[in-house]
Write a protein that binds this ligand. Structure first.
Ligand code: MEV
Length: 421
């Protein structure tokens, strides 16, 4: 993420026309006319046909821009692909509050992914585990021969760990290969390496290899983001206290934690999808990480600073990349990365983690004050107005009336529409 000297703090962005928003984003990210126009078009059917099997067409989702984000002292506009109303607005609002105290501060560990090799029927499990470690250098060398490019970039297989597990089938060994995948998501590199290692590991352990596959619990590839949310802007210290009460439930109760984390993933998945990354991999990793201490809990933590402001922190595994995969061939994913001006997977992870924290703050803030429905209502009302058959400026009129009445229902929308007509 590079500083371009332009501000992402844009008030009233939501009130602008799509055309005007495009102009602003084009200017912010130095996009060409062709770049910006391509947001109007679905992806090429031939491209879709090479991405998955049995293609019938393409399926469009809205792509919005979250404004106000300042991350590691740089302003960034964040593309989000999501079907749910309020997500983009909520993230933008949280980013507006966070920037009062400097925005988000985010960091990532080395991009280490884990490949697993499962071994069964080992005659002497302790000796086998020791023998794997004795052969570590040779195993790493073979793994690295599979991906010279990655090694030349400073990545590659870095370490091996051995775990002995009890199972209904008896004791088994699971060997972990730790691979620095640099700017890639890394699944292909890791899977190629563990498959290449399997015969030798089988020979070393005198056992039988079963699975050889990447682990989505990418707990060696952790992103962290923190931010201070201004107490006055939140409505005073009593609101900070209400927020902390709400958060406490997520920290102790898996039923609440699941919903709390779902709110986090609203933001995370939207950016992950916009950049052509694998949201299922990120989801799997996030939820497994949330349960790492034996009880499923919140991926965020909150506390008060000495001035009574709210401090938030998120920590989660992020297996995402900026090279390879769908993100390199999907033209809109390429443009989304250009909008964020990112040059590494770390840049992207910093943004994704910050958006996750922003999204969570926004949801818990709303839940602790006005409730969630208020924010949802106006866009939801527009959807209902359209479902009732409203067209053009009728949509706004019907939606406004529905919100005013506090009854956003299809039958009422139809009545309002017929009166209007
Ligand atoms: C809705 O998509 C997400 C929320 O339920 C998250 C939360 O409850 O924290 C609002």
């Amino acid at each position: 993420m590079q500083e371009n000297g332009k501000t992402s703090k844009i008030s009233g962005f939501y009130k602008l026309s799509v055309e005007k928003r495009r102009e602003i984003v084009k200017d912010f990210a130095d996009l060409s006319d062709t770049d910006i126009e391509s947001f109007s078009r679905p992806i090429d059917i031939q491209l879709a046909d090479t991405m998955i099997e049995n293609v019938l067409g393409t399926f469009e989702l809205p792509l919005g821009i979250a404004v106000n984000f300042r991350i590691n002292d740089k302003d960034v506009l964040v593309p989000m692909v999501v079907e749910e109303s309020s997500v983009v607005a909520a993230a933008s609002n949280a980013a507006r509050i966070a920037r009062i105290h400097g925005g988000f501060h985010a960091s990532v560990t080395d991009p280490l992914m884990i490949g697993q090799i499962q071994l069964l029927d080992i005659p002497d499990i302790t000796t086998a585990a020791e023998d794997i470690i004795k052969q570590k250098e040779k195993l790493l060398q073979i793994a690295n021969e599979q991906d010279k490019i990655l090694v030349n970039l400073g990545g590659g297989a870095k370490d091996i760990e051995v775990r002995i597990l009890n199972s209904p089938l008896g004791k088994m060994i699971v060997m972990h290969l730790l691979v620095d995948v640099r700017d890639a998501m890394g699944a292909n590199a890791v899977n190629t390496m563990v498959e290449a290692l399997a015969p030798l590991v089988q020979e070393i352990t005198k056992g039988r290899v079963r699975l050889k596959i990447l682990s989505n619990l990418a707990d060696r590839r952790i992103a962290t983001a923190t931010a201070v949310f201004d107490k006055e802007t939140m409505g005073g210290e009593n609101i900070v206290d209400s927020f902390l009460e709400s958060y406490t439930l997520a920290s102790i109760d898996p039923y609440r934690a699941a919903t709390h984390n779902k709110g986090i993933m609203n933001g995370i998945d939207a950016v992950v999808t916009a950049t052509g990354n694998d949201s299922r991999a990120v989801e799997a990793g996030a939820h497994a990480y949330a349960a790492r201490q034996g009880q499923y809990t919140s991926l965020t933590r909150y506390w008060k600073d000495e001035k009574g402001n709210l401090v938030g922190e998120i920590e989660l595994p992020l297996a995402i990349g900026i090279v390879g995969g769908a993100g390199s061939i999907h033209p809109k994913a390429v443009l989304c990365k250009k909008i964020m001006n990112i040059t590494s997977a770390n840049d992207l992870s910093n943004i994704v983690a910050s958006v996750g924290l922003a999204q969570n703050f926004a949801a818990v803030f709303a839940l602790s004050t006005v409730g969630i429905q208020k924010g949802h209502m106006s866009l939801h009302a527009k959807n209902i107005a359209m479902m009732a058959g409203a067209k053009d400026d009728e949509i706004e009129k019907v939606a406004d009336q529905l919100v005013k009445e506090g009854k956003v229902k299809l039958d009422r929308a139809k009545e309002i529409l017929s009166t209007l007509r």
